[in-house]
Design a protein around this ligand. Structure first.
Ligand code: F6P
Length: 326
């Protein structure tokens, strides 16, 4: 086993608030362990294009509070090919890197696992995505900030919805997962939450809206994950219109606003803890794991597990939405 002297770090896939805090923690912990650190620009794309930059304590100064990622990010098509991964490996050797830390989501870890299989190169991953859809960690870096962005926006929508006695379908991110919709739905007192994991019963939703109006609720907010089977918020509104009725309905799509902004205290804390733990894991000869946090304890989860297992939403939480809006 080669002794690790120099590591590289990259961010990949959709960005998330807290990625900078994670980069900072990786760099500073590595320097403290007398390791050299290289940053790779634009994720796996930069690995292939040899976009390596030296990292010092200073290069990560004043970034813990900033959203986005100073290393930039990308979704690399070339890294999906064997040839692309071979070039990436050669660049890691050229830059004398002995190990790599990747910060990203499911796609990032799938790429990492194939790379390790082909080149036997140590990689440790950190869960960075606002979607929270990674098995092996209670929360991903960026999820909490995205939730706070959503509730701030929905609170504002609630003001105007109540004034006009309207129904709003608010679309939040989550192409394949309903974590953002469900958690923020509870936090902002939504009247209903629609998620990709559960087939939407259109008739039932229409009945509910009819009841709410009959009960003279001043407003209804329906949180819709973008991956919901009825085609997001616009799709649901269209479906509700087919039933007829006198509802005054509006749609707001929150979009990429959810991916930006200064990370919350929790995301900064999580990213800092996981960044330190990732360097420790590499020094402890771990080579194909994601570092997560389960029940407030650091967890080492093999990439094979994070990829194989699907993290499901807690369906009981959908009942809580119903109980609390009655
Ligand atoms: O970051 C995850 C995610 O927000 C998904 O929920 C969403 O569908 C996707 O990224 C959109 O990303 P992009 O616009 O970068 O393709």
């Amino acid at each position: 086993m080669t002794k690790i002297k120099k590591i590289a770090v990259l961010t990949s896939g959709g960005d998330s608030p807290g990625m900078n805090a994670a980069i900072r923690a990786v760099v500073r912990k590595a320097l403290q362990e007398n390791l050299k650190v290289m940053g790779i620009l634009r994720g796996y794309e930069g690995l292939i294009n040899n976009d390596f930059i030296p990292m010092s304590s200073k290069t990560v100064g004043n970034i813990i509070q900033r959203g986005g990622t100073i290393l930039k990010t990308a979704r690399s098509e070339k890294f999906r090919t064997e040839e692309g991964r071979r070039i990436a490996y050669e660049n890691l050797l050229k830059n004398k890197c002995d190990a790599l830390i990747v910060i990203g989501g499911d796609g990032t870890f799938k790429g990492a696992r194939i790379f390790i299989e082909e080149h036997n190169f140590p990689i440790v991953g950190l869960p960075g995505t606002i979607d929270n859809d990674l098995y092996g960690t209670d929360m991903t870096i960026g999820f909490d900030t995205a939730l706070n962005t959503v509730i701030e926006a929905v609170d504002k929508i609630r003001d105007t919805a109540a004034s006009h006695e309207r129904i709003f379908f608010v679309e939040v991110m989550g192409r394949d997962a309903g974590f953002i919709a469900l958690r923020s739905g509870i936090a902002c007192g939504a009247e209903a939450v629609l998620v990709p994991e559960v087939e939407t019963d259109l008739k039932d939703l229409h009945n509910r809206l009819t009841n709410y109006m009959a009960k003279k609720k001043t407003s209804s907010i329906i949180l819709v994950a973008e991956g919901d089977d009825a085609g997001g918020a616009f799709g649901i509104k269209k479906e509700m219109e087919k039933f007829g009725g006198e509802f005054d309905m509006k749609v707001t799509v929150l979009g990429h606003i959810q991916r930006g902004g200064s990370p919350t205290a929790y995301d900064r804390y999580l990213a800092s803890r996981l960044g330190v733990a990732a360097v420790e894991a590499l020094l402890d000869d771990q080579r194909s794991i994601m570092v997560g946090m389960i029940n407030r304890t650091i967890a080492h989860v093999p990439f094979n597990q994070t990829i194989k297992h699907h993290k499901d939403i807690d369906r009981k939480m959908l009942n809580i939405v119903d109980i609390l809006n009655s």
